[in-house]
Design a protein around this ligand. Sequence first.
Ligand code: PEP
Ligand code: MN
Length: 348
Amino acid sequence: MSIEASARDVSEVVGIIRQNSPDPCNVDISTLDGRVNITISCSGPGPDSDVLRSCKAVETVESSAPSHRLASGIPSGGNGELPGRIRIEVPYAGVAIGGNEFVVIAGPCSVENENCLFDIAHEVKSRGVRLLRGGAYKPRTSPYSFQGLGVEGLKILGKVREETGIGIVTEAMEPATLPLVSEVADIIQIGSRNMQNFPLLKAAGRQEKPVLLKRGMSATVDEWLGAAEYIMSEGNPNVILCERGIRTFSAHSRHTLDIGVIPAIRELSSLPVIIDPSHATGSAKRVPSMARASLAAGADGLLIEIHPDPSKAFSDGFQALNFEEFKKLMEDLGKISANVGRELTVWA
Ligand code: PEP
Ligand code: MN
């Protein structure tokens, strides 16, 4: 409390604390050097610190609790230990993300047609990869660019899933079409541009499929974890974070891949973190080195764009690996994983 706070101010603030605490909490009042300190201990989220900060007699509000209760995870042993790790099961694909396995997700930027997607699915499977990516709804910078096949694209994804047994990762852009997406998706992607689309995050939290939450291209880690918290607080604990490059002053690549975020997330959260080197670099030539670095740096997996003929892709062809390049990358990842004690997924 401020040095001038009266006994009445203190009891008013205590009243506000009680009113604003969703769960019961202990309030302890002490005086140090003539200044009143109020210590609040709660098992739940506690009062909103902004509400307390707006009281005139309050000087500062400090919190020792993480602001993202669920996304930060429960410390495995306290005292500076890293948060416990969660494993997210993807039963149809027979993989778990967040364990010792390093999980590669590969496929085209957009679903283009049935033949092309089958072709890619067979290639992906033959490399031991169990999750196929591909957007039916595409968040494009220009409204005149290809917007995705929509429901038609979902049908193609559903057919490929059923006939090949491969798991599907595909993007939902709005709450209205989320139920349709979640019917065919084994993991629902929320794109960079939608990281703070709160109605979409809440809707994704109210369904059961795991969510791959891309980092907003200008989002801090705190904002990213806040977005994960929106999904988790609605009841879905299965959030996979995906770093896909951020905007910086650096102009040599499409975005700047923040590989340093991998150990940062490990310190702050129990959620798995995967890397998308395709959107980060925007260049197929640069994807392999960033992919290899991500594995070595401790990521839980990769999201990679591939295409049988990148020059003909409907979207993001310049950053898609062709099949030959993808094969080489998978071989390299196999070698690195053996040396860093990770298990690269292999189709059983
Ligand atoms: C995508 O995965 O094709 C995509 C649009 O990604 P981002 O949201 O990261 O731009
Ligand atoms: Mn893309």
